[in-house]
Structures are given as C-alpha cells and as structure tokens.
Ligand binder design. Sequence first.
Ligand SMILES: Nc1ncnc2c1ncn2[C@@H]1O[C@H](COP(=O)(O)OP(=O)(O)O)[C@@H](O)[C@H]1O
Ligand SMILES: [Mg+2]
Length: 508
Amino acid sequence: MSTEFLVQLKGITKRFPGVVANHQVDLTLRPGEIHALLGENGSGKSTLMSVLTGLYRPDEGEIYIGGQRVHFRSPHDAIKAGVGMVHQHFKLVDTFTVAQNVILGDRRVPFIPSMSSIEEEIAQISSGYGLAVNPRAYVWHLSVGEKQRVEIIKMLYRGCSVLILDEPTAVLTIQESRQLFANIREMAAQGRTVVVITHKLHEVMEIADRVTVLCRGEAVATFERGGFSERDLALAMVGRDVVSKVEKPAARKKDVVLDLQDVYALNDLGRLGLRSISLTVYGGEILGIAGVAGNGQRELSEVVTGLRPVIRGHILMDGVEMSGEGPRGFIDRGVAHIPEDRLGAGLVPGLNAVDNLILKEYRRKMARGPFLDRRGAESNALDLIGRFGVRLSSLYNPVKYMSGGNLQRLLLAREISSEPRLIVAVYPVRGLDIAATEAVHRLLLEQRAQGTAVLLISEDLDEIFKLSDHIAVLFEGAVTGVLPAAGADAEEIGLLMMGSRKTEEQAV
Ligand SMILES: Nc1ncnc2c1ncn2[C@@H]1O[C@H](COP(=O)(O)OP(=O)(O)O)[C@@H](O)[C@H]1O
Ligand SMILES: [Mg+2]
C-alpha cells in the first residue's frame, strides 16, 4: 500500500460562535479505502471535512498528508495536494457545458483552452469510472445524479486522490444511489480514497471499508469492515446512556383529535415525500416524531396544517375530513402551528408584536365592522405578553429585532391563545437557550394537561423522550415504528431512525 496519500487529522478542534463543531478529532484515511463518516445531523461531519479541504481553518490540530504536515488556506490548496470535496449543494454554472464547468476555476488550464481535448479527457475519466455524462451537454439539461457526476469528474480531472462526498445520496433516487456506489467502488479499486459522509446506517453497512462515528463533534468510534453491526453504529451515533425524564402525569387517553390514514404527499421535488402515513394523536397526549431531518418531517407538518396537499389518504380532525382544506380550514378546526421557520412562516418580521399577535385572530375577534379594533388589539397583546413572559422594548417595534427565545414565546402566545385542539410544533426549541427551552417545554406540557393534542417534531431525542407519550419514527417519508415513550430505549429508536423496521426481526 502506498502511503503517499495517507491522510491524518490529529486533534482537530473547530469552533463557531457558541458551538464546538469538532472537538479533538483524530481521523486516519488510508489510501484506497472507502471510509464512511457517520453521525446525526449537526454532529460535525461537514465541518470536519471542510477543515480537511481548506474551507475552514482549524482552531486546533494538525493535518498530515503522506506524513507531511500541510496548511491549507483554501480548497484550491487542498485540491493541489490531491484532496477534493463534493459539497451537498452543487456549485455548477447552469448555462455552461459540462466541460466548461469541469475546467472552471482550474488554475492549470491555459487561458484559451482547447475544448475538444478537454472534452476528450473528460470522456476518458467518465468511461474509466462509469460516471456517465456527456461533456458537451449544458448543465441545465442534466438530472441531479448527472450534476453530481460532473462534480466528481471535476475533482478527478484535477487529479484528486482523496475524494470526499458530503451526503451524496441525499438528493438521489434509489437507482441513482446504486449507480453512485458502483462508481465509488470503482474509484477505490483504482486506488483513490473515498470518504462518504452519511447519516444512514444501511449505506455504511453496504459500502464502507471503515467507518468513523461522530457524535456531538467528537469521533467516538472507528470500526473496520466485518467488525461492526448496525446496532454498534446506532449506539455510537446516538451516544447517550442517560435520557432525562420529566415527571408528568399520565395522559388521560380521551378522544382522537388528529387521525392520519394512509396519507401520501409529494415533496418539493415532486417525488413521494410521505408514504402511507397512519398516525393518531389523542387529546391530552404528545406524539413525538423522531427522525433525522429530511425524512418527511416538513411534509408531515405541512399536510397537517393545510400547507401541502395530500395526494392519497385521509386526514381527520375531530372526525372531520380535512384533506382538500387549506391553512384557513385547519386554523378554523383548531390547528395551531409552531413552524420550523419562525420568522418566515410563523411571524411577519417587519410587523410589530401587536399585529403579529392578531394575525390569525383578527377575522374573528378584532373586527369591528370593517375596521380593526386597535385598542382591543393592543390590550390583547399586553395580556398575552404578560401571560407568556415575552420581553420586548416596545409593542410597536418590528419583531425581527427580538431574540430567538422571545420570538418563540410570542409565537406560542399567539398560537396557544387561540385555544387550539391540536398544536403542531416543529423543532420548537431549535436555537433557544436553556431557559427559553424550559419555558417552551413547560407551555407544551401545560397544553397537554389541558387536553390539547400535540404533534411534536424534533431531531433531539432527549426532547422527544422528555415530552412525548408516544414516539413515532420517520424514515424516508414512512413511519418505521410507533412506540410508547415509557420504556422505549434510545438504541431502538436510533435503529428505527436509520430505517430498520419495527416489524423486522433484529439480528442479535
Ligand atoms: N458556518 C457555520 N457557522 C456557525 N455554526 C456552524 C457553521 N457550520 C456548522 N455549524 C454548526 O456546527 C455544528 C456541526 O455542524 P455540521 O458540521 O454541519 O454537522 P453535520 O454535517 O454533521 O450535520 C452544528 O451545531 C452547526 O450548527
Ligand atoms: Mg453536514
């Protein structure tokens, strides 16, 4: 084995304001291996590889290639040294051809390049690795899979021996993923090192020679092929031994508030985003939706708030068929929404607190004939702000100047004050500090105690365990399992999050 392209990361620490994205990470990439970098969202995978490829400078730590210490100041430096990365968002110019994109930014290319010889070279790389793409095609004609191949060819054209692919299958169909894996195997067979960043266990099982697991910015384990099971990976990834629990009175199971029956919906790409979802949320109960982001959470939150149409199946609110209704219909049935995007979908950034607080209610309460009752609106705002502990400098400042925690309280104040039957809360504490997080959790539990049904979508398993009565797990748009929260263990949920089905017999 040649050691020319042995890559060693030693003690890499990378901090961003308020977060340690990588902490003292050691990682070795052997020439010619397929190395999976596995971890939950936010565990620091992209950051670590961006440090390796010169996009970020580490705060601490050293990088060695072939035993030589290197200091990359840009991705150009890294590529020159043979290390290239294909990011999650492609960086191609639509109006250029494949060949033009491949040479774009390549400093070795002469000022007036001979396109035909470049196209010839691309065709050779393309056939050498099975990366089918026409060098003369315009990028805007290409499928997502083809665009990805262009990005890979671009790195190979520049002579990269170490290729890093950041969540490469996230945008691909199953068939395209299979094709990509064949390409990856071919590259490794020809001596290149390929790093595959992923959060999917089955991909690691399928392709990796070795796998390093990141958890909360730290490399917690490295396994060799044959020396790990899905269970080992899930446990390392989820990485929590103690799950915090709050004492909460048992839910009094009463009426079915929200009932989804065999629901299908499309995602923004026009593919199936939700498949055969059947879920029930009872009054006085919190149903937690666990899963790695991007597995249908957004689509789910949108179909139950009328923002996304259902293409098959039924959504019932208190027994009333809702499929076909828009957001207004859902609001009128008592559905409150704490959206993922507080300052986009939730609140209007340029409006003040008073106006934001009456956005949904004005038709019912605040109308005085055709006019808005300003004084009523103001006293409504004062009342809610007091009850929900929102801190603001003025009622009439645009809300975009408020802190995250206060914005979330304002949003909750508005949604809860409508006395909803169902609250759909999507990542409700994302970006909040501990105090604000506690406040939001308390409000949701209070709602539960009052008999409101809550659908809680979160990536944070601790939060899910803490609040939920039942936990449903989403994977690739389908529910892989629904379990009572009491007695559920993080390991099992971790496996379901990675696509093992509850019904499947699990190997011991
Ligand atoms: N450019 C950035 N600025 C600030 N914080 C960042 C930046 N990039 C990543 N982070 C934070 O660093 C942590 C690790 O992120 P990332 O490396 O993207 O994780 P992963 O790729 O495993 O999902 C997260 O908490 C993320 O919010
Ligand atoms: Mg990432």
